[in-house]
Design a protein. Structure first.
Length: 227
């Protein structure tokens, strides 16, 4: 599986906290466990509590970058200026805001309530990093199980959610063509790929897409017959 960095947003989870010996702090939740995301383009997503264990257990260096911008670093765990904590709600973070122009600006924006969201960046584990299923209403759902958190950040507005990596994971797990999976997601028909025992026939209004799906399914069946 190709390993890339993915980003997700957590709304309404950052605030300016009382100043300590090191000055003002920004803190909140980078991740909330078990909370379903918005529609990410044909599927929803949630994070299992186990997802952050390797990052915390190994004491990996995680960056805190305002807007995910390396030029606006607000802390890092290796320096002790960023602290991560896991509880029943999610993965919390607290950063000692630097006495820099952008650090002071961020403190003002947090105090005024202009910045309210947080975001986290991660790399999915190459083995058993996620699983796919369906919600109670039958909508495709991805669960993040194992990975590495590389960045937490207050954000003004969420960046574009590039979910290609998630769809690639599904395609590789099910032996399907990535372009066909993307097309299915864009037409909210991923559920048909997840229901075992159901034929993968998607009415996407595009002969080429249906042909790629059929070809991918035939290739998967051939591989299964020869093993």
């Amino acid at each position: 599986m190709t390993v890339t960095i993915e980003r997700r947003e957590t709304r309404g989870t950052v605030e300016l906290r009382a100043a300590g010996p090191k000055g003002k702090k920004a803190g909140g939740y980078a991740i909330k466990f078990g909370m379903r995301s918005q529609n990410l383009g044909g599927f929803v997503e949630r994070v299992d509590p186990s997802f952050v264990d390797e990052t915390l257990d190994r004491g990996l260096d995680v960056l805190g970058r305002y807007q995910h911008d390396s030029n606006m670093l607000i802390g890092r765990t290796a320096a002790g200026t960023l602290t991560l904590t896991k509880d029943g709600t999610g993965l919390g973070y607290e950063a000692d805001l630097p006495d820099t122009s952008y650090g002071r600006d961020l403190a003002v924006l947090l105090e005024r309530g202009d910045v309210t969201g947080s975001s986290f960046a991660f790399r999915l584990a190459t083995d058993g990093g996620d699983s796919w299923g369906e919600t109670e209403s039958g909508f495709p759902e991805r669960t993040l199980l194992r990975g590495i958190v590389v960045d937490v950040a207050p954000v003004v507005t969420p960046a574009y959610l590039d979910t290609t990596s998630g769809l690639r994971s599904l395609a590789e797990q099910r032996g399907l063509d990535l372009d066909a999976v993307k097309a299915a997601a864009s037409h909210n028909q991923l559920g048909q790929l997840l229901r075992s025992g159901s034929p993968v026939v998607l009415d996407l209004g595009a002969v080429g897409v249906r042909a790629r799906l059929a070809k991918a399914r035939m290739a998967a069946d051939t591989d299964g017959a020869t093993t």
